[in-house]
Write a protein of this length. Structure first.
Ligand SMILES: Nc1ncnc2c1ncn2[C@@H]1O[C@H](COP(=O)(O)OP(=O)(O)OP(=O)(O)O)[C@@H](O)[C@H]1O
Ligand SMILES: [Mg+2]
Lengths: 303, 249
């Protein structure tokens, strides 16, 4: 107990927990829209495509600043998104194939560049590898401040465009016919999702980031039938996983924070898929049983 | 036909998916204030025609001109209402019936303004019209196919448009509901609105509609139902499909 209190008052822990919670909130909110638009996989593509951006930013500037490295990530992440969307729009190749293609090309390029860079003298201290699996312990106070600022901007945009995002996610063609440009809304929403991913790279890394985007939303959908409730719940689930994951990894097991956070949110998601009322798997099995019993009692006669 | 006012005119419209033309050199005048049926076999291009008319598909050539109303790209277009095929959306989306119907007012609200009490009341009234008021707070995933259609219809009615475009609004709807929907459409006509409906049931064309467009890649016929809805034109539209012709007789 004492160690727990000691830990909770620890400055480094507070910083990391704060950062992870912010990440959980941001990815929960934006992930909800990605999941509802059936674009969950896009997150995976963007996050993997961010890796070469990190390395290129380092190669060009020689800087170890998170901001600069993430700026590089943002640029390649965005290019990948644009390329995927153009391929889908202008060719007969389907979304999933285009995604798989671009994702492996970018990620492969990232790994090649990374291997090459590791041989350079000052590369090791730059800690580029932390972007693969994430390293929450490297979060500094100014990183967290940056996350908070980005988070506030993202959430403001979501609140501002709430009605438009809802309409566009449900029925983009109808939105277009009443004058809400699908092109513009798609760009804004995708931009927000890409930003949310970039924000999470330092904490959970390119490999696991898409789980942070998808899992809270999938879990939240199980417990709610209203869009606003789903988005709020996804944010809560994301934040809770961030804090609990940080706690676990630093207190009990000394495991890397990012993966532990992902394990937390995945646990919540599996629990929700099984036990949620109405939509949960157990509830459905129970309903089927109940119906079968009733059916037998009636002898099936009056059906 | 010359004395009719066109609600919209189509000139030299050609639409293709990839290299395959789906609509070929379409010229049309759809008269104002009529109940119009678009008729043709599966794959004839009916949905494509409707989507081109509401601006969802960019044609290879030609274009659609609205005569009685002004429709501009990027502007809020409150004068046209589009009812897509109900299978075109994910009904598992987390929203209630009321939420979806209120979306019909979004074009009037414009960017950023949120729907309020006024919109809610309008939505409830419109749900009354389609007989769905008691479902207002129902999750949309728990609707039957016919109820989904009626929700989409309510969303179009609340738009208070001049021209309505409906893609198979009777699909999956029982006889009773179909009758009440037809009543609603006829009411719209009496108010001077133009209603354009993709329709599959040849037996009901004469009793529901007063204008028919027969289409199969090209326009086969365009005129009042008495004028153009006959065996010869149906032959041209459907080819040699005996059972369909018999249905029509
Ligand atoms: N997105 C698309 N990509 C490629 N081809 C398409 C696409 N949509 C439709 N088509 C083709 O265009 C033709 C016309 O399709 P359309 O949906 O307009 O037909 P329809 O008359 O509405 O048919 P139905 O009665 O089955 O609804 C069909 O041959 C179809 O295969
Ligand atoms: Mg169709």
């Amino acid at each position: 107990m004492e160690t727990l209190i000691l830990l909770l008052t620890d400055y480094t822990f507070q910083t990391v927990a704060m950062g992870s919670a912010l990440l959980g909130i941001i990815s929960g909110v934006l992930g909800s829209f990605a999941v509802l638009r059936r674009q969950s996989l896009l997150g995976d593509g963007v996050s993997h495509a961010a890796l070469p951006g990190v390395v290129i930013a380092f190669l060009l500037t020689g800087s170890k600043d998170t901001e600069i490295l993430l700026l590089g990530a943002l640029l390649t992440g965005l290019s990948a998104t644009l390329i995927i969307m153009s391929i889908v729009r202008y060719s007969r190749i389907k979304f999933d194939s285009a995604l798989a293609l671009i994702m492996s090309v970018f990620f492969g390029l990232g790994l090649v560049l990374l291997t090459y860079t590791q041989r350079m003298p000052n590369a090791h201290q730059a800690g580029l590898k932390r972007f693969i699996y994430g390293q929450a312990s490297t979060l500094l106070q100014r990183d967290v401040v940056m996350m908070a600022v980005c988070g506030i901007v993202l959430l403001t945009v979501v609140v501002l465009f709430w009605k438009e995002f809802k309409l566009y996610s449900f029925n983009p063609e109808f939105a277009e016919t009443i004058g809400f440009s699908g092109k513009i809304l798609n760009i804004i929403l995708s931009l927000l999702v890409v930003l949310a991913i970039i924000i999470g790279l330092q904490t959970v890394g390119v490999v696991l980031m898409s789980a942070m985007l998808i899992a809270p939303a999938v879990a939240a959908r199980q417990w709610s039938n209203r869009l606003w409730l789903m988005v709020v719940l996804a944010a809560v689930f994301g934040a809770v996983s961030g804090v609990v994951g940080t706690l676990f990894s630093s207190a009990f097991v000394k495991l890397p924070t990012g993966p532990v956070i992902v394990v937390c949110i995945t646990t919540i998601t599996i629990f929700s898929l099984l036990f949620a009322p109405n939509r949960g798997i157990l509830h459905r099995i129970y309903l089927r049983r109940k119906n079968r019993v009733q059916f037998k009692l009636n002898g099936g006669a009056n059906l | 036909m010359a004395e009719e006012t066109c609600a919209l005119e189509i000139h030299d419209l050609t639409v293709a998916y990839g290299t395959k033309p789906v609509l070929w050199d379409i010229d049309l005048c759809i008269p104002k204030g009529k109940l119009v049926a678009i008729i043709g076999p599966n794959g004839a291009g009916k949905t494509t025609l409707i989507k081109s008319m509401v601006g969802l598909i960019k044609p290879v050539s030609g274009g659609v001109h609205f005569q009685i109303i002004e429709v501009k790209k990027g502007k809020f277009r409150n004068k046209i209402a589009y009812v897509p095929q109900s299978g075109s959306v994910d009904w598992d989306f987390p929203a209630t019936v009321l939420d979806v119907v209120m979306m019909g007012r979004y074009g009037h609200l414009g960017w950023f303004k949120t729907p309020g009490r006024n919109e809610k009341n309008m939505a409830l009234e419109t749900l009354d019209k389609v007989g769905m008021r008691e479902y207002a707070n129902r999750q949309i995933s728990q609707l039957s196919g016919g109820q989904q259609q009626r929700v989409f219809l309510a969303r179009a009615l609340i738009q208070d448009a001049e021209i309505y475009f409906m893609d198979e609004p009777f699909k999956g709807v029982d006889a009773q509901t179909e009758k009440s929907i037809v009543e609603l459409l006829k009411n719209l006509k009496t108010e001077g609105k133009t209603v354009i409906v993709v329709h599959h049931d040849l037996q009901t064309v004469t009793s529901y509609f007063d204008w028919a467009i027969l289409i199969n890649l090209r326009i086969i016929a365009n005129g009042s139902v008495e004028e153009v809805f006959n065996e010869q034109n149906l032959n041209l539209t459907y080819g040699n499909r005996e059972h369909l012709k018999q249905e029509a007789n």
